[in-house]
Design a binder for this molecule. Structure first.
Ligand code: PHE
Length: 336
């Protein structure tokens, strides 16, 4: 037993224990372990050459105690790290504060739902511009010069010719000026009107515009498209009804109602006991609008509608006050 005889094992153990206990970091501890206990350490080599029981017991005893010392030091180092962190004011043993997960705003969820419905119907989704020319928002849409909605009391003017759009309908004009028919597009987005905010009015809200221009389109296509839209949004039992209305850029003009999705038409508080809910304006594209964008009304027909988006959210969730959408109170928004 050369190796056994050549080494003072008591001194070996003392030195190894001291080195392990003196390690100040995990890397130093690992170095000490490799040096005193590793595969090429004097201890490992000696153990490999052991032939008698006595030496084996001696060396295995040393190995066991040194391994324990390593484990012990490892725990101590971890405790020291915690202690240092605590001294700097960080108690790493305290469970972390749960991080709240973000979510999409209710209006964004509904807007995406609407986009999906129309993508499924083969429509193109547009991201229209909120800044519009007076021509796109009014003149091209047949709104005459004296119309009250043009007033600076109703509309936000950026300069004489530029405004924040009061409706998504100018996107109809842009679509027809930049695309060749057939056109099937929807354009959801914000619009602006100089209204004083209250429970049902806001200086900004969202609409979704829809425009279809093709040959041989009929009013039945408008009705069918709107019916499909409301059924996908509010359930398969919906029925729609058209009431005559007036918009300068559609002829004939209608307003759409849908059977109440809460009471199925029986009458309840949401539909004000009428069984119907008003959804917004629509109509047949006026021939003059086609002429304004250089399309031949003899060749092309089209329908358009513009429906509010906030209204859908309010009806669906029974929200009484429009302002909740813009106040961004997390306690309200995180419910959806
Ligand atoms: N732009 C109209 C509004 O804001 C709605 C509408 C759109 C009507 C398209 C007819 C056709 O009230």
């Amino acid at each position: 037993m050369d190796s056994l005889a050549a080494v003072d094992w008591t001194a070996y153990e003392t030195q190894a224990t001291a080195a392990i206990g003196a390690a100040l970091a995990d890397s130093e501890l690992e170095d000490a372990r490799v040096h005193w206990l590793g595969r090429k350490s004097e201890l490992a080599l000696a153990l490999r050459g052991v032939r008698d029981k006595e030496s084996g017991m001696l060396l295995n005893g040393i190995r066991g105690r040194l391994e324990e010392a390593v484990q012990h030091r490892e725990q101590e180092l971890r405790r020291l790290a915690y202690q240092h962190a605590a001294e700097r004011g960080v108690d790493v043993t305290i469970p972390g504060t749960p991080v709240k997960r973000g979510r999409l705003h209710l209006l964004t969820q509904i807007r995406r739902e609407i986009e999906d419905i129309f993508l499924g119907l083969g429509y193109e989704v547009w991201d229209g511009a909120e800044v519009s020319t007076v021509w796109e928002n009014f003149d091209a849409l047949n709104t005459d010069a004296g119309h009250p909605s043009r007033s600076t009391l109703d509309t936000f003017y950026l300069d004489d010719d530029t405004i924040l759009r009061t409706q998504t309908s100018p996107d109809q004009i842009r679509a027809m000026m930049t695309r060749k028919p057939p056109i099937y597009m929807v354009s959801p987005g914000r619009v602006y009107r100089r209204d004083t905010p209250d429970a049902t009015h806001s200086p900004t809200f969202q609409q979704v515009e829809c425009l279809a221009v093709d040959r041989g389109i009929t009013l039945a296509d408008l009705r069918g498209t709107v019916l499909q839209y409301f059924r996908l949004l509010f359930g398969p039992e919906r029925e729609v009804r058209m009431r005559t209305s007036y918009f300068p850029f559609t002829e004939p003009s209608v307003e759409f109602d849908v059977t109440c999705f809460l009471c199925d038409g029986a009458g309840c508080a949401v539909c004000k006991h009428s069984g119907w809910i008003e959804m917004g304006g629509a109509g047949w594209v006026d021939p003059d609008v086609f002429r304004n964008v250089d399309l031949d009304p003899e060749e092309w027909q089209g329908f358009a509608f513009g429906f509010g988006i906030e209204r859908i959210a309010m009806l669906r969730h029974g929200l009484p006050d429009l302002r909740a959408f813009w106040e961004n109170d997390i306690r309200v928004l995180e419910q959806f």
